[in-house]
Design a binder for this molecule. Structure first.
Ligand code: SF4
Length: 437
């Protein structure tokens, strides 16, 4: 496919021979073959000098590289660092992760978000122990067959840990490639993404070819491309003046680096309210649920307070749910609301304190609860889920002040914090009275 360069005159001497409206080379040949060794040497030399000193760069151990790559998906480096260290202190080997209970893994993940990553890590660790004698597989087909491992992760782990020649393609690398080739349009269209993957592979140095330049491996190369995208060729502030490969960059030559890649259309935000009941017995214990499909995306399928979703805070509906599912008729005391965001959903957390003499004993799924009437446009109503009655295995009754011992999402933490703040704001005598009913 040809990519039109646009009508801006080139600034760069290397690209000056290219007429502004000429058809640039195919995406898979962003750098002319004759200049490829110089391009590779330049980028690898810069990476050797400028790379950030990150924990996961001090190892070639496939398990550690894998953990870092999964944690870094959709998460900033600074946020990952403490989790990476704590996770590996808790699960120092792949075997230790495979033997751990899922709840313990989720607890170590709590706060990082996107909990399916932790569930898949755990499942994949068990598969690696069962099918690959505890060693992360070297063949890309076998790596791709593991839960939670796509082309990017497989290429990153295999290249960094084993030196296998697979180029990575993530958002950072795609942005660098798009700018190098002045590629316009939506990079995530499947055909364009496949072309970018081919381009990334075409740039990958053969290991023997690096003899003249800095020592390198496919892993070094992949990290150099990602580092360039993360530190210099950033989405809103490309630092072309200090970029090691600016002389090969068409977007820089055309003065359009800031306009590439084209922004992706964002999904419209969906606003909803989550009314949650913080049950509290005289001993300070509360009730948490964990049910498949029950607000699973909002609470990441972790332990959460009984809750209903609706367009606006709905204490009456929550009250009916508590009565129907648990036989609770106690009054709901409103607590300060909190804001929460999950991808495109803007959620108003509306917690209510519900003091009960005794927490309900949930023994069977026989309590029926009709789906709530949703006062929302049809498209939004699809995002709202009806609660279902809990089963006994779905319920825990920990002390409210210690629910973080269970895997819980940040939404649940915010709700618990609102309840604890309200209780702590009471004078001591009233606190005792409020717990004794
Ligand atoms: S010259 Fe600028 S736009 Fe081109 S790769 Fe370097 S930082 Fe990115």
């Amino acid at each position: 496919m040809s990519v039109r360069s646009g009508g801006v005159a080139p600034r760069n001497a290397n690209l000056a021979a290219t007429p502004a409206r000429a058809i640039p080379p195919p995406v898979s040949e962003l750098i002319p073959a004759a200049e490829l060794p110089a391009f590779q040497t330049q980028l690898l030399g810069w990476f050797a000098e400028a790379k950030r000193d990150l924990d996961w760069r001090r190892t070639r151990d496939a398990y550690r590289v894998w953990i870092s790559e999964i944690m870094l998906q959709q998460t900033r480096v600074a946020a990952v660092l403490p989790y990476y260290q704590r996770f590996l202190a808790r699960f120092p080997t792949l075997d230790a992760l495979a033997r751990a209970r899922l709840d313990a893994v989720l607890r170590s993940w709590a706060g990082l978000g996107y909990y399916s990553r932790a569930r898949n890590l755990h499942r994949a660790a068990k598969e690696i122990v069962a099918r690959h004698a505890g060693e992360f597989p070297r063949r890309i087909e076998e790596a791709l067959a593991l839960p939670g491992i796509g082309h990017y992760t497989a290429a990153a782990v295999l290249s960094i840990a084993y030196g296998e020649p697979h180029a990575v393609l993530d958002g950072n690398v795609a942005r660098v490639l798009a700018r190098l080739g002045a590629i316009r349009g939506d990079l995530r269209r499947p055909k364009r993404w496949r072309e970018l993957a081919a381009a990334a592979n075409a740039l990958l140095p053969a290991q023997a070819a690096s003899a003249a330049g800095p020592p390198s491996s496919p892993g070094d190369w992949n990290q150099a491309m990602m580092e360039l995208g993360a530190t210099l060729c950033t989405p809103r502030g490309p630092q072309c003046a200090v970029c090691p490969v600016s002389r090969w960059c068409r977007a820089h030559a055309l003065g359009i680096a800031l306009r590439l890649p084209a922004p992706r259309p964002k999904p419209k935000p969906v606003r909803l309210a989550l009314s949650a009941a913080v049950l509290l017995d005289p001993r300070g214990r509360t009730l948490l649920l964990r049910q498949k499909g029950q607000h699973s995306s909002l609470f990441s399928s972790l332990w959460h307070f009984p809750a209903i979703q609706s367009a606006r805070p709905a204490p009456e509906k929550l009250s009916r749910y508590l009565q129907s599912a648990f036989g609770i008729t106690a009054a709901l005391e409103p607590l300060p609301p909190a804001r929460h965001t999950v991808t495109f959903r803007r959620i108003l957390l509306a917690p209510f304190l519900v003091r009960v003499a005794k927490l309900p004993a949930v023994t069977s799924p026989t309590h029926g609860f009709p789906p709530p009437t949703l006062h929302a446009p049809a498209s939004r109503a699809r995002a709202l889920q009806a609660p279902r009655a809990p089963r006994s295995g779905d319920v825990r009754t920990p002390p409210l002040a210690k629910i973080e011992r269970l895997p819980i999402s940040s939404a649940t933490k915010k709700i618990a914090a609102a309840a604890l703040a309200a209780l702590n704001a009471l004078p001591r005598r009233r606190q005792r009275a409020s717990l004794s009913f």
